[in-house]
Write a protein that binds this ligand. Sequence first.
Ligand code: NI
Length: 200
Amino acid sequence: MAILNIRIIGDPVLRTVADPVTEFGPELAKLVADMTETMEDVDGAGLAAPQIGVSKRIFTYRIDGVEGHIINPVLENSEDYQPDHVEGCLSIPGLGFPVRRFRATRITGVDMHGNPVSIDAEGMLARCFQHENDHLDGILYTDRLEGEDRKAALRSIRNAKYDAVTERTTAKRAKSVGSSFGGASFGGTSTPGSSFGAAG
Ligand code: NI
């Protein structure tokens, strides 16, 4: 297994709609294993394949001890929303803003062997699924912000010089990205503002 480098905002792969997985075999199993190891290494709540430069519809997740992966996910969201909660993203280091998400979601897809998966999620797990699924459509959580939060996020992104971060992170293990903002995991007991900290 291997720890993978995490792509940072500004990388076009994060803005690309990912392709469905069509081949199920040892290569896919290795990718899922490496993504899982990378997510654990940065103490993240989730990791989508585009974040490690693979434009495929795959993500891993880890919320409150529930860990897994989903391939070719489809979400059926509730019509109502859950209370806003701060999210962060490994691809936008150091930032966190409250995001509006649907209260519940039913996710269906397959696992690495092609076997069907269906999970009814609420709360943080539902939030994680929505955040990670967005990555597969080239959407970042900051796109979901409105008003002052959106302005503040865009300003922070402009000022953060992520181009330089990208250069640094390609030279370092992904772990340095996580630890640079505390490695707090989504849904953990960490400080407010970093609670989706090393999310996805
Ligand atoms: Ni993310």
